[in-house]
Design a protein around this ligand. Structure first.
Ligand code: FES
Ligand code: FES
Length: 244
């Protein structure tokens, strides 16, 4: 394991009956170490027990933790290997362990949407999901969109339509809007209402945000040269919201 707590080797996801992929691999390594003596499955499981991170078997069920266990998250199209306690939420994994602070912690109990990220393209509250349950699943945060020199059309539309005040809710709204536009590139105002209905803005900038989502949909329908021009002219706000 690397000294920064990140894991060197990916492992299979927890769960499953009998010999899991992880146990099989560990057992396979043990077979190699013993010169291919041909261990039986029970002996392979025995060898797996020497791994300090191996799950306990209680009543035939794998029990992970409570200490840190190896996890692999696939965030913004990159594999991230981590050692995390199984109780770690996806939001804590992103903010505290991967320094991706675009998703915000506000209510921390699945009511405000400030922590919205996409898991397999669906908008989810990262504060209400355990990181261990979304291993190997595509996760996209607001950092996957545009950057300072070239804003994503959605981020640019939020800025151009004055769709934020304090900006703390904005990354969550941007990701909810992205999920909506990915599914429905030509939404009606009613569709936008519905698509953003899981997010709260305490500053009350809903009208601007709805306008921004409709403007982004229109911009994405523009021919390519027009889009490029818009990106160049867009004001500089890399994350569509505040940092930290
Ligand atoms: S911080 Fe996750 S829903 Fe509010
Ligand atoms: S802009 Fe302040 S909470 Fe939405």
């Amino acid at each position: 394991m690397a000294s920064d707590g990140k894991r060197d080797n990916p492992q299979g996801p927890p769960g499953g009956d009998g010999l899991s992929r992880r146990e099989f691999l560990r057992g396979g390594a043990a077979v190699g170490a013993l010169g291919g003596a041909g261990l039986l499955a029970g002996e392979m499981l025995e060898a797996a027990k020497n791994d300090p991170h191996a799950p306990r078997l209680e009543g035939g069920v794998e029990v992970w933790g409570p200490g840190p266990v190896p996890m692999r998250l696939r965030v913004n199209d990159k594999p991230m290997d981590l050692m995390l306690e199984p109780r770690t939420t996806l939001l804590d994994a992103l903010r505290d362990h991967l320094e991706l602070t675009g998703a915000k912690r506000v209510c921390d109990r699945g009511t405000c949407g400030a922590c919205t990220v996409l898991v397999n393209g669906d908008p989810v509250y990262a504060c209400s999901l355990l990181a261990i349950t979304v291993q190997f699943t595509p996760i996209h945060t607001v950092e996957s969109l545009g950057h300072r020199d070239e804003l994503d059309s959605l981020q640019a539309a939020f800025v151009e339509n004055d769709a934020q005040q304090c900006g703390f809710c904005t990354p969550g709204f941007v990701m909810a809007a992205k999920a909506l536009l990915d599914r429905n590139p030509n939404p009606t105002l009613k569709d936008v209402h519905h698509g953003l209905s899981g997010n709260f803005c305490r500053c009350g900038t809903y009208a601007g945000m709805r306008k921004a989502v409709l403007a982004a949909a229109a911009a994405d329908a523009e021919p390519e040269p027009e889009k490029k021009k818009r990106k160049k002219e867009a004001p500089q706000d890399p994350k569509g919201g505040l940092r930290g």
